[in-house]
Design a protein around this ligand. Structure first.
Ligand code: UFG
Length: 338
């Protein structure tokens, strides 16, 4: 029988975590959110979902919460995600991504949690030898961010084998867009991601957009990525939980659609949706960028019967733009400061 216990969601007040919390609620699952609000925001989650402001690596606190709320599964979204920052502050990334996950796994084992869904990244692959990238491709991260996520994966796999935990490791490709119902979206103050930055740019925020490298060996010279809608990713988390709850094997799964769009194609989609020209500046390559990252998505579709609903760049951009407009409206209606 499928497990219906409470799901403890770390980082549940963040961008992807909050979409998963809404999806859990719509799927009839109880959730409790643990978030230190360092980048998350209470307003992104449903008002009737409990938010505990705590560090996901606080072992004693997490173990107590697992008992208090009857948690049988954990979704671990909390973590640091900016590649460039990880190069400047590697130890902070190892602490926050690997160290916190170690403590969280220990708390799960002590508290009797049976299932663990982990937010990993395509950054674990580094520069791929071939495309699309399958889950069995070599893992050769290019930066501390990718290394720290891969270390967490390894700990989870070894702990699962030794202690009987079930896991789903989800390796995200380029997550973008926002909740189609406008309830949550990406709210980071200093975004680095292309789609969010481009949407801000057409709405007059920021100081314009740059294309980082136009001399790659790709059809139009700019980097190609597999952009997937955040709500499809949230659904993949629910499907992973059901898979494990139904007795399914532990799995590592790529999360992407298996197709790619170039930087120029993304900018064209944003311009078309907004009806505004952008005039991007051409800049040097960004260090560490691979020319092309596209997922082989066969395994996730087969194992989870995952049927993405928003595999459409224009739709992804439309929801991202709607969210940016919403943020602008919120800011302009907020009371002026002292
Ligand atoms: N880019 C620009 N201008 C910008 C921002 C980005 O040209 O202002 C380019 C980047 O150089 C890259 C592409 O747009 O070629 C996408 O860049 P993002 O920063 O949006 O995303 P990344 O591909 O660097 O990284 C994301 C996640 C990682 C994940 C990776 C895997 O942040 O965690 O996708 O596909 F590992």
């Amino acid at each position: 029988m499928n497990d219906q216990g409470t799901v403890l969601v770390t980082g549940g007040a963040g961008y992807i975590g909050s979409h998963a919390v809404w999806a859990l609620r719509e799927g009839g699952r109880r959730a409790v959110v643990v978030d230190d609000l360092s980048t998350g925001n209470r307003d992104l989650i449903p008002g009737d979902v409990t938010l505990v402001i705590a560090d996901a690596g606080d072992r004693g606190r997490i173990e107590a919460l697992i008992g208090e709320y009857g948690c049988t599964a954990v979704m671990h979204f909390a973590g640091s995600i900016v590649v460039g920052e990880s190069v400047d502050k590697p130890l902070a990334y190892y602490a926050n991504n690997a160290g916190v996950t170690l403590n969280l796994i220990r708390a799960c084992l002590a508290g009797g949690v049976k299932r663990f869904v982990y937010s990993s990244t395509a950054a674990v692959y580094g520069q791929p030898d071939r495309l699309p990238i399958g889950e069995d491709a070599p893992t050769r991260p290019l930066n501390p961010y990718g290394h720290s996520k891969l270390m967490a994966e390894r700990m989870l796999r070894d702990a699962a084998q030794a202690h009987g935990l079930q896991y789903a490791i989800l390796r995200y490709f380029n997550v973008a867009g926002a909740d189609p119902k406008g309830r949550t979206g990406q709210s980071s103050q200093r975004p680095t991601h292309l789609i969010k930055r481009a949407c801000q740019s057409v709405l007059g925020l920021g100081d314009g957009i740059e294309i980082f490298g136009a001399d790659y060996d790709t059809p139009d010279g700019t980097c190609v990525r597999d952009y997937l809608h955040v709500s499809d990713l949230a659904e993949a988390h629910l499907a992973a939980l059901s898979h494990l709850g139904g007795g399914g094997e532990s799995v590592i799964l790529n999360c992407g659609y298996g197709g790619g769009a170039s930087v120029r194609q993304v900018l064209a989609a944003v311009e078309a949706e907004a009806g505004v020209k952008m005039n991007p500046r051409q800049a040097d390559r960004r260090p560490g960028d691979a020319a092309e990252l596209v997922a082989d998505a066969k395994r996730i579709k087969a194992v989870l019967d995952w049927q993405p609903r928003h595999d459409d760049l224009r739709y992804i951009v439309r929801t991202a733009l709607a969210w940016e407009r919403h943020l602008i409206a919120c800011r302009s209606s907020a009371p002026a400061g002292p």
